[in-house]
Structures are given as C-alpha cells and as structure tokens.
Design a binder for this molecule. Structure first.
Ligand code: CA
Length: 241
C-alpha cells in the first residue's frame, strides 16, 4: 500500500482516480488545485503523486518544481493533454518520472504507478560500486551500475532517471550495433504488455533520447539516430577503418 496524492481539478476524474487507487489498495489524498496540492506537500510526505498539469491557482508545472525542491526523489506521474508535447518535455525536464496523456487507460495508469513506486524503493542513493568489475564499462570513461539507475562519466556521476539509465545501458551493451526502438520499449516495460494496451507513446522514446543526449553533452559520446532502425552509441574518435 502506498500513500498517494492525487492532484486534479476535474472533480469526476479526481474522484475516479481516487476510487481506482483505493480499490488497488492505496491510501489517497486529493487536491483540486495547485495551492491545495502545495499545502498537502508541505504538510505530509507521500509515496507518490499523480499530478495534472493544467490546474487553477498554481499551475501543475510550478507545483512540480516546488515539489522537486522539497522532495527530490518523490515519484511523480504527470497527466497532460494529448497534444501537449511541450508540456511533456517540460514536465520530464522538471523532474516528472513518467507521464500519461488524457484520456488514458486506467489499467495503464495503475501499471505505470506500480512500476514507478517499485523503482522508487530502489536504494538510488547507495554509494558507487567500488570494484571496477561491478560496473558496466562503456567507451570514453563511461561506467554504469548494472542494477541501479546510476552512471558515471570519467568518475563524475550523471544524473539519470530509470528510463534514461535503461536506455544508456542497452546502448552500451550493444555497442557497435543498432538498438531498436522495440528493444528499448521492451526494456522499459516493467510489467507484461497488456492486451490492447497502447504501451508507451512512440514519441516518448524521442524525448528520452533527447534528454540523454543533453546529459552526454561535453563528452565524446553521442547517440546517433539510425533512421527507421533505432539508435546507436558512437564516440568521436576516428576509427582506423
Ligand atoms: Ca486540469
């Protein structure tokens, strides 16, 4: 059971979400606007938050930023409008762990939420592996923890989300080969695919690749888009052919 905060201004949807999560065995607190959400966040600690971005009084993005300052590791799933691509990118950059576009499938919401809560219970702040052999070695001084969502570039920690880390791990493990979109999506699915479920939006992968590229800026590493096939990790050293 998790203690969840649901922030949604649409009353029907808010009550529906609360009922759904209560039935799934969770304890829920609801907020109808950004101001109420912030009051709850200040007063209590939650295991996870479902946050609508379009909110009265204080918008969801502001709630997300303030929440992140206070609780860097609290899992947050954002709800966005179907056409809100910028919102999704901005939300992920502001520290959301996952997103769903409205209207969404309730089974998918529960699956994503469970997966997010499970990831959050990982000891993400454990010390770096000391023995080199424990880490996955990549090119250009890149190292990845084989189990936890952590990585280092020449000894400096890179701040990665679980999905970014899973993506990078695939790219490193399949160096010199193309990693297909399907490989990445399969690695991301913490639960068996639901029949008829839409799974991850196809443009979600592009968002994560974009973010990961940015985090590798300044290193010799780049993620190359192989049109129609997938992605490949490359580094800027001249190959002798
Ligand atoms: Ca709304």
């Amino acid at each position: 059971m998790a203690n969840l905060l649901i922030v949604e201004d649409d009353e029907l949807l808010r009550d529906g979400l609360s009922d759904l999560m209560t039935q799934a065995g969770h304890q829920t607190t609801t907020a109808e606007d950004g101001e109420a959400a912030l009051a709850h966040i200040i007063a209590s600690v939650f295991d996870g938050v479902v946050l609508d971005l379009g909110l009265p009084k204080v918008d969801g993005m502001t709630v997300l930023r303030l929440l992140r300052e206070r609780h860097p590791a609290m899992p947050v799933l954002i709800l966005t409008a179907r056409d809100g691509v910028e919102d999704r990118v901005e939300g992920l950059n502001a520290g959301a762990d996952d997103y769903l576009t409205k209207p969404f499938n309730t089974d998918e919401l529960l699956a994503r939420l469970q997966s997010m809560l499970r990831r959050a219970s990982l000891p993400a702040f454990a010390p770096a592996p000391t023995a080199q052999s424990q880490a996955i070695q990549g090119p250009q001084g890149l190292r990845l923890d084989p189990v936890l969502p952590r990585a280092w570039l020449s000894g400096d920690a890179i701040d990665l989300t679980q999905r970014e880390w899973a993506l990078l791990r695939l790219l490193v493990q399949q160096q010199g080969q193309v990693v297909s979109r399907e490989d990445v999506l399969a690695a991301w699915q913490a639960q068996p695919a639901e029949a008829g479920g839409s799974g991850l939006a196809s443009n979600a992968l592009e968002v994560y690749v974009h973010r990961l590229r940015r985090k590798l800026t300044g290193s010799a590493l780049n993620i190359r888009n192989i049109r129609g096939l997938g992605y490949m990790l490359e580094h800027n050293t001249q190959s002798p052919g």
